[in-house]
Design a binder for this molecule. Sequence first.
Ligand code: ZN
Length: 503
Amino acid sequence: MNAGDGPVHVDVAQVFARPGVDAPLGPSRLHLDAGRIVRIEALADLPTAARHHVALPAPADAHDHGRGLRTLAFGARDQSLETWLPELAFEPRVDPYLRAAVAFARMAEGGIAAANHCHNTQDSQALLKEAEGVARAARDVGLRIGFAVPFAGRNGVVYGPLEPLLAHLPAADHARVHAMRQPTRTLQQNFALVEEIAQLEHEGFRVQYGPVGPQWVDDEAMAAIALASADTGRRVHMHLFETQRQRAWADAHYPRGLLRHLDGIGLLSPRLTVAHAVWLDDDDCGLLAERGVTVSANVSSNLRLRTGLPPWRRYLDAGLRFGLGLDGMSLDDDEDMLREMRLAWHQLQTADAGSDERFALGDLFRAVCVHGRQSITGADGGGELATGAPADILVLDTRRLSRDVLAEAPDHRLERLIARMTKRDIHRLIVGGRSVVHDARCQSVDLPALEAALTADAEAAWQRQPPDAPAIERLRVAVRAHYRCGGCGPGGQSGEGGSHGRG
Ligand SMILES: [Zn+2]
């Protein structure tokens, strides 16, 4: 994060320091220095150009994968998660830096200052090199990235034994599917890689342990990660109960409850973030809340991958802390975090109807800007605009949002923002004092040039090594059939496809 090329001050007509909690400040100048807000000064004379600008804390994307090529771009269609996973094999192997830089620059244009990056390796033997590309992309674009090093080792392709799935595939495919199930790195190699990748850390790049999901990580590895996190203080980021089949698998394999088991090995702590958490029951929510775990809810992704919706009411009843994530699957496939906030807001309001506004706008902004952020950066004072806080500021141009509003209409500005704001209303996104987006365009890197380079790289990769489209389709159809017949017998009653991306 290079504060040197940022503005020294930002003038705005209104400051929502803690949106929905404090009354907004009027015309103000935010003075920035060394990546922080050093003073917020009331302005008697607001420059005309700033008349329509309002400042808010910048949002965080609490769960993502940093794929520069969107899944639809390489041919993976929106569908149920289980049949979608095989189609991820279409992704061409591209330059790791380009892949991450394009993803991060698009996120920035979507209003995101900090993001979790659950890394999906393209070449399991080149994870360190891929991490180097991601670390460099984080620095160049200027976001704060939490890099989750993937740990996976069991139940690849489907849960339980492979045989029931293989019954749906021609014999010629069997060896390939068996090979897909082989762990690609040992536990020791993975821990060594975490330490090597930690050498790349900078203010915008922090390493986390990334057990991909409980069904994909064996008990020994999970216990070792819990211990390592307690020892080092590093955060842990894991998918959890994204689909009903994952829940059914866990219920069958951990009769006393998966979460009780994870608690027993010490994994449930304030250092843990779980992504999705769609199929939590009341007890799970209570336990996670008690242990200070954060959930990343991914509403658009849940819609596009047909996984169900977050059990918002349970979260609220338990007082479970949560942020929001895009998971590379935003509703319009445009990485718009502002629209994602709206989608979650409406769902939360619906789920909470009748409870006398237990969950208000202030809670939504705190969820996205503070709790989601902390799952990436830890507690760093960010997520509100205050003296001494990191200068991570979203400045919106409100002209489009208020163009039809009558002069005498009641002043519901924050409600209007949540109802209407999109990424095209972004005047500036400032991260660590650096101006990353200006007038809706990423300014730190040349995104159109990076996109062109990435596309060319991907096309060339497909020329060299075309995806085996018929084999991918055979596997997808087989996985679908496997589920339709209930996982085909004992041990496979909750069959599930692959890891969420490849570890
Ligand atoms: Zn994910």
